[in-house]
Design a protein around this ligand. Sequence first.
Ligand code: ATP
Length: 206
Amino acid sequence: MASGVALFGGSFNPIHHGHLIIARAVVEELGVERLVLVPSACPPHKQDHVLASAADRLAMARLAVEEESGFEVSDVELLRAGPSYTILTVEAFRREIPADQAFYWIIGGDTLPELHTWYRVRELVDLCRIVTAVRPGFDVGDLSSLRPCLSAEQVARLQADVLTTPEIDISATEVRRRVAKGLSIRYLVPEKVCIYIEQHGLYRRH
Ligand code: ATP
């Protein structure tokens, strides 16, 4: 029987089909029974971005997984004060998840070479398995940027956990840009998310 938990953090501003397709692919490849999307309150790496409100991003993530078996959304980072450091979220989940269950954090290929900038990353890499979904336009072959911060063994583990997920060229930036220009975002985001963005007038200004 499948077992284990995979957490997938992001600003989800908004959630799009790139997120959902790789989440499903990772769950299938790892044989995980529970996938938790974790919208971040104040992404430490994206403080220059204009974010939809936490309530809107949470609502859209919930709509996106409403009919997805095994998928759920956590508001843990939205309820916590301060920057959304992944290590704090992982520590909180680790306390609840039985020690014999596999425990993963999912990232995209654009994020992996920047991992050394994450808060307490050495501990993070040892506390859960960080699995990377490939992303078009981002090279995950050269991880030398991580070496000053992580041990060779840690970098090798990260490299081994790069999964051959489908390459989906969708970004939230492109979704926001299209909304601001009045272009269609059908097929880029789930239909219910598309309707939510329209009804709440999100992203009309870039
Ligand atoms: P933005 O365009 O606003 O920077 P984004 O599309 O990268 O947003 P995030 O919510 O920031 O979306 O992403 C959360 C996580 O999902 C990150 O680890 C990111 O690398 C990964 N991710 C997002 N889109 C894709 C995609 N199309 N393929 C693979 N990984 C992705």
